[in-house]
Design a binder for this molecule. Structure first.
Ligand code: PMP
Length: 438
């Protein structure tokens, strides 16, 4: 193809990978180089690349009838909705499909506001909830929010601190104490914002792109108690944490807490086709009534996407969740070895979602949740990822860009984990010159 006819955003550039094939955890580029995909392409190809059963299910649906509008019945859509409600915590009973994770959060916001008769939504700094006007405004990272806040006043949201004891004001001796401090702070925010003005609290059960940090034990129980006490809906954003990424169907299940709504996307189809949605509790479903949401999207619950979703769920049921539970301790142990590197501030995560967080080599903790160093020219953490790519392993980046995110497909085997972590160690050495580089 004549390169000059490609609009510049899509024109190949020397640094941008052109991935042309995949199989399981492996992907290969146009030059035939093979990589281990240890970020599952934006934390979303949970079942691994090019699974024939998922591709076949999509083709079969497309051959039968490719599209049926959301107001009509489609068997794949109805079956998937039933399976999702069954896998979610008991009190969640109904599913409303959308197309992207951002739109799922928009729908959850709309439902929460309508149900509660209040408008404010609470979210954490160091969180990500999407890119549309409403969902981007929920996002904790100010530089992500800037895109929507610069030219339009998006109001109605308030932020609170995540349960982290670095990069913030909490100072706790134990995880339990951190949970208490962070929950006390949340209550302070609720009371100062005015409980009656707050419709919902949205949170990732374990942070995704903002650093794969899980909550300390007891935190989510307190969050649930506070939501009950102040009549605030609890919404678990499972766009990354869901579909086996953390070893359970949904990340909040690991915390033993029932939210009022779950939003999902990515892993529901293993990203073979766009699909997202909200799973709601019975009271909210009843409030919405028989007709469903007053607004919707043409592609919400697209039959081909729902066929992909049913086939992806089959793959997860067929041993992939067990694989995450079996191999997560090995992945964690291998990654924790990196904590002996002076620049590695912390290693945290759960299941197949981990962050190796870099800090100052002198061990000093950063004072801010968003590290200004990353805008100051060369970023050594980006160099770690580049070194790894040159050695055949793809890792993820997050915001702030002080971390290497590790999120392989759920079908990844122990040998792949060992190879990827060996490469990460060599890449850290090469980027920081520890042990003289290689
Ligand atoms: N919520 C979370 C937790 C996410 O990580 C993302 C995307 N990475 C979204 C929402 C937005 O999803 P989408 O990009 O499909 O709009």
């Amino acid at each position: 193809m004549d390169q000059s006819t490609i609009p510049h955003w899509y024109a190949p550039d020397g640094d941008v990978l052109e991935l042309v094939e995949g199989e399981g955890v492996r992907v290969s580029d146009a030059d035939g180089n093979e990589y281990l995909d240890f970020l599952s392409q934006l934390y979303s190809v949970n079942a691994g690349h090019s699974q024939p059963a998922i591709a076949d299910a999509m083709a079969e649906q497309a051959r039968k009838i490719a599209y049926v509008s959301p107001s009509k019945h489609n068997d794949q859509r109805a079956r998937l909705a039933g399976r999702l409600a069954e896998k979610a915590p008991d009190s969640l009973t109904d599913v409303m499909f959308s197309v992207t994770g951002s739109e799922a959060n928009e729908a959850a916001m709309q439902l929460a506001r309508d149900y509660q008769g209040a408008s404010k939504i609470l979210t954490r700094w160091r969180s990500y909830h999407g890119s549309t006007y409403g969902a981007a405004a929920l996002t904790g990272d100010p530089s992500t929010r800037a895109a929507v806040e610069e030219h339009a006043a998006v109001t109605g949201h308030a932020k609170f601190l995540p349960p982290l004891d670095y990069g913030g004001p909490f100072s706790a001796d134990t995880p339990e104490e951190l949970a208490e401090q962070a929950a006390d702070h949340l209550e302070w925010v609720i009371r100062n914002e005015g409980p009656d003005s707050i419709a919902a609290l949205f949170t990732e059960p374990i942070a995704g792109t903002s650093g794969a940090y899980p909550a300390p034990p007891g935190y989510f129980e307190r969050v649930r108690e506070l939501c009950d006490e102040y009549d605030i809906l609890l919404v678990s954003d499972e766009v990354i944490a869901g579909f086996g990424r953390c070893g359970d169907w949904f990340g909040i299940q690991t915390e033993g807490v029932e939210p009022d709504m779950i939003t999902f996307a990515k892993g529901v189809t293993s990203s073979y086709a766009p699909l997202a949605g909200v799973i709601v509790n019975e009271e909210i479903a009843e409030h919405v009534g028989e007709e469903g949401m007053p607004v919707g999207q043409t592609f919400a619950g697209h039959p081909v996407s729902c066929a992909a979703g049913n086939a992806a769920l089959d793959a997860y049921e067929d041993g992939m969740l067990e694989n995450v539970r079996d191999l997560a301790p090995h992945l964690e142990a291998r990654l924790r070895d990196l904590e002996s590197v002076p620049e590695v501030q912390d290693v945290h995560g759960r299941g197949f979602l981990w962050s190796v967080e870099f800090g100052r080599p002198d061990g000093e903790k950063d004072e801010f949740l968003f590290d200004p160093r990353v805008d100051e020219g060369e970023n050594p953490v980006a160099a770690v990822r580049d070194e790894a790519r040159a050695r055949g392993v793809l890792f993820g980046s997050g915001r702030p860009d002080t971390q290497v995110l590790v999120a392989p497909p759920l079908c990844t085997e122990q040998d792949d984990i060992d190879r990827a972590v060996d490469v990460l160690e060599a890449s850290v050495d090469a980027a920081f010159g520890a042990n003289g580089g290689d």
